[in-house]
Design a protein around this ligand. Structure first.
Ligand code: COA
Length: 188
């Protein structure tokens, strides 16, 4: 049983001690502020300016909490007090692809480059390997113009297995979508 709100790690950064934990009921307003801000930034994520409502975020959170119960996904948040500094998730695909999980990650502007993304990334892969029974592969997509994220994934053993030319639209330009994966070692 994964407890909502369970802490998996604490990490010191210059601004304080960041808690990496599972999400819990009541997190929706903080998560909404985070996703809307990062969407507005039009950074290298799929949201490119769209703004969500609290109702939509509550529904998203409820889905993530349900995934913890059904062991179909792992979501983690990096928190500095009540401020969401980052989120990550590995969500399992279905049917014949049930052994494949799709990873996403974002860190709040102003808190990048301090080791937080690396810590969050390692934590979600570790938690997924432990709790998502039968998971064998983690895959992700990275915008072709995002060398920082690509470097992060390569440093963690991810390899490119394909490119969808012009597969994402970033700030109005079509950019290659680079597809990467890594085989996961599950604990014995
Ligand atoms: C990509 C992102 C998650 C990385 O998180 P971060 O906290 O900035 O990264 P960290 O400081 O933990 O560094 C992790 C790795 O990234 C790489 N990295 C970080 N800053 C870098 C820079 N300026 N140049 C090159 N590589 C860099 C390094 O390989 C580093 O490896 P290390 O852990 O061995 O030192 C974060 O920058 C982010 O959210 N960016 C905007 C949204 C985004 O790109 N999301 C990913 C979508 S695929």
């Amino acid at each position: 049983m994964i407890e909502p709100g369970a802490i998996v790690e604490e990490k010191a950064i210059p601004q304080g001690v960041v808690v990496i934990r599972y999400p819990q009921e009541g997190d929706a307003p903080g998560l909404l502020e985070f996703i809307n801000r990062i969407s507005e930034e039009q950074t290298y994520i799929l949201f490119q300016g769209e703004q969500l409502t609290l109702e939509q975020e509550e529904s998203w959170l409820s889905g993530r909490l349900n995934e913890l119960v059904t062991r179909s996904g792992i979501t983690l948040c990096a928190m500095l007090g009540d401020l969401v500094l980052g989120t990550t998730a590995i969500t399992r695909k279905g049917l014949a692809e049930r052994h494949v999980g799709v990873l996403g990650i974002s860190i709040r502007d102003g808190y990048r480059g301090a080791g937080l993304g690396g810590a969050l990334f390692d934590a979600v892969v570790r938690e997924a390997a432990t709790h998502l029974d039968g998971l064998r592969i983690v895959e992700l997509g990275v915008f072709g113009n995002n060398p920082v994220a690509r470097q992060l994934y390569e440093s963690r053993g991810f390899e490119v297995h394909g490119v969808l030319p012009g597969g994402v639209r970033h700030r109005g330009e079509y950019v290659d979508h680079i597809l990467m994966h890594r085989v996961i070692e599950q604990p014995a």
